[in-house]
Design a protein around this ligand. Structure first.
Ligand SMILES: *Cc1c(COP(=O)(O)O)cnc(C)c1O
Length: 238
């Protein structure tokens, strides 16, 4: 895979989508989703100037991060079990996949113990897919005050995934609903929710047109993912 060429093409497509939407390209951050990819590939992409990386499993990330440049920023984007919350607080600057009050409370406890604050996004399941994690919209709005009361968590915005489709256009209503939900959440909070993490390799241009501020790109940057390598039988955090 020619990472320089794929990165350049992704950046060009981000700029074009911003042009169509009348947005500043600087308002969209690119995350390289490096799950299943080895530190050598991560270093190669980091050498091109990418700083933000996403991983979906805590143990995999913890084994790779020490072998990657110390200047990189790491976000967790996969479902987190409460028994991995302590490790996650240690390893990630942001958890994008907060999908229950119970998990948020555990993260808050662990952040308190580590004497830090933790940035989070709330994962919402706008399309109601039973195979995916994330809050359904009504429950998100109902629990938002309790989530916001957790002093060690800073809620920066929402993360969502659209159902897989070969026609990216079908994802548009999902992204639009996610942005509306963020606006409804802002009313509940009386504070801004500035981050909208939405859009992956197959649908990031539509997501940008609908307001995404952070696109999570794996395959279009790294190529096809190798199969996951399990570190141990306890590595079951997905
Ligand atoms: C794997 C993954 C991505 C990246 O998907 P690609 O289609 O490879 O770009 C983005 N977001 C989440 C939550 C993921 O798990």
């Amino acid at each position: 895979m020619d990472f320089a060429a794929s990165l350049e093409q992704i950046q060009r497509r981000i700029r074009a989508a911003c042009d169509r939407a009348g947005r500043d390209p600087a308002s969209v951050e690119l995350m390289a989703v490096s799950k299943n990819h080895p530190p050598e590939s991560i270093r190669a992409v980091a050498d091109l100037g990418v700083r933000l990386f996403g991983e979906n499993r805590v143990q995999e990330a913890r084994s790779k991060i020490p072998n990657c440049p110390g200047t990189l920023r790491w976000h967790l984007i996969g479902h987190l079990q409460t028994n991995k919350a302590r490790d996650a607080v240690q390893s990630f600057e942001m958890i994008q996949s907060v999908d229950s009050l119970r998990l948020a409370e555990e993260l808050n406890r662990r952040a308190e113990a580590a004497a830090r604050t933790l940035r989070v996004l709330i994962e919402v399941n706008v399309a109601g897919e039973s195979t995916k994690f994330g809050y359904r919209p009504p429950q998100f709005l109902a629990e938002l005050p309790q989530l916001n009361a957790l002093r060690r968590l800073e809620i920066h915005g929402l993360m969502c995934m659209a159902p897989y489709s070969t026609n990216a256009e079908t994802t548009r209503p999902v992204f639009r609903r996610c942005r509306e939900l963020a606006l409804e959440g802002e009313k509940v909070l009386g504070a801004p929710l500035t981050v909208l993490s939405m859009g992956m390799s197959g649908d990031f241009e539509v997501a940008i047109e609908e307001g995404s501020t952070l696109v999570r790109i794996g395959t279009a940057l790294f190529g096809d993912r190798p199969r996951p390598v399990r570190a141990s039988s306890s590595d079951n955090d997905d």
